[in-house]
Write a protein that binds this ligand. Structure first.
Ligand SMILES: Nc1ncnc2c1ncn2[C@@H]1O[C@H](COP(=O)(O)OP(=O)(O)OP(=O)(O)O)[C@@H](O)[C@H]1O
Ligand SMILES: [Mg+2]
Length: 326
């Protein structure tokens, strides 16, 4: 018997040549928000789709609420909710009709479906638009409606694939508080995100995935600690780079990490003193950096330090359609 609400063992999922999931394992207990972080193409959506029984793994196994996703997908579906990366709502129905219909699919009585629909639409700030056809909604409104629909049945396990991508900051806070409420009422949530602050705020535990596999796991603080308290980050003119690498090595006692895409170098910093030391050494060597600063570690730093290559998207960076590495 397992006490884990989600259990993924060594799952591989290929699409032709592409290994979207490459030996993915993941387990966590009920009652928490688990955050899955990863750059574009890391395999986040593929994992969610496997767990939501929309896609079969090529090999490996996965259970949700103790039920095997391949052997008994129907039983899994009665226990879960899903809000996808791309809103899946009927444009010719009103917002209210969409959400109520999903509530009915969860076997809520008509009255209960109506009551909960009002509640989630209110919470997600769509009441004013509730009786308009969805085709008149903006992109952000559709995403919010999709989220409302995923929550109306109060599923045991809820999968949210980038729930706040493309959503304005104020609505984002509303969604965060809605997610937290759901968890308080007993729903377990697996959410994917590219925003470290979102995982930081919401997730009890975070898994970092890259190239279809788990590369690090822990609380937000544990992940940041892997990079050190803060980092000194600097860029220097190209011709000075090798000198500065040596200089940074002498300060940190280890190789600096270098982001090959832009030449930005960083070393862990135990305090602001590290920054002062680096600045002094640069001055002694008569090197003026293009840019230098002390920062808290970000997802990028976690990625750089774990994988040796940069995440393809920064904390709030633009999305790129596909990844191309080396
Ligand atoms: N249906 C498909 N057919 C072919 N390749 C696919 C398919 N679905 C996903 N892939 C590939 O699998 C890899 C993982 O894709 P996935 O959508 O799971 O990534 P992701 O982490 O969700 O990325 P993003 O942050 O951009 O949403 C990518 O290389 C993608 O091109
Ligand atoms: Mg995705």
């Amino acid at each position: 018997m397992t006490t884990n609400i989600v259990d993924v063992h060594d799952v591989v999922r290929t699409f032709g040549e592409v290994k979207a999931l490459d030996g993915m394992s993941l387990s966590f207990e009920p009652g928490i928000i688990y955050g899955l972080l990863g750059p574009n193409g890391a395999g986040k959506t593929t994992l969610i789709r496997v767990l939501a029984t929309l896609l079969k793994p090529t090999s490996g196994s996965a259970t949700v609420a103790g039920i095997d996703v391949v052997a008994d997908p129907d039983a899994v579906r009665t226990r879960i909710g899903l809000a996808g990366q791309f809103a899946a709502v009927d444009a010719y129905q009103t917002g209210r009709e969409n959400v109520e219909m999903v509530g009915r699919l969860y076997n809520l009585s008509k009255r209960e479906a109506r009551r909960r629909t009002d509640e989630v639409l209110e919470r997600i700030d769509l009441m004013d638009a509730a009786d308009r056809q969805v085709k008149t909604y903006s992109g952000g409104m559709r995403r919010r409606l999709d989220l409302a629909a995923s929550m109306v049945g109060r599923p045991e396990v809820l999968f949210l694939d980038e729930p706040t991508a493309g959503i304005d900051p104020r609505s984002r806070l509303d969604i965060w508080s809605l997610i937290e409420d759901l968890v308080e009422r007993g729903t377990t949530i697996l959410l994917t995100t590219q925003y470290l602050d979102e995982a930081d705020q919401l997730a009890a535990r975070i898994g970092v995935i890259d190239r279809g596999t788990m590369i690090a796991e822990g609380t937000a603080d544990e992940l940041k600690d892997m990079v050190g308290g803060s980092v000194v980050q600097l860029t220097v003119p190209q011709e000075k780079q090798s000198t500065v690498v040596g200089l940074l090595r002498s300060v940190s006692g280890d190789e600096p990490t270098i982001d090959q895409s832009n030449g930005r170098m960083s070393i862990p910093a135990s305090s602001a003193q590290t920054l002062l030391t680096v600045a002094r050494k640069l001055e002694e060597a008569s090197i003026t950096p293009d840019d230098i600063g002390l920062r808290k570690p970000t997802l990028d730093d976690v990625f750089l330090s774990i994988t040796g290559h940069a995440a393809e998207v920064g904390e709030a960076g633009p999305k790129r359609p596909a990844r191309s590495r080396e």
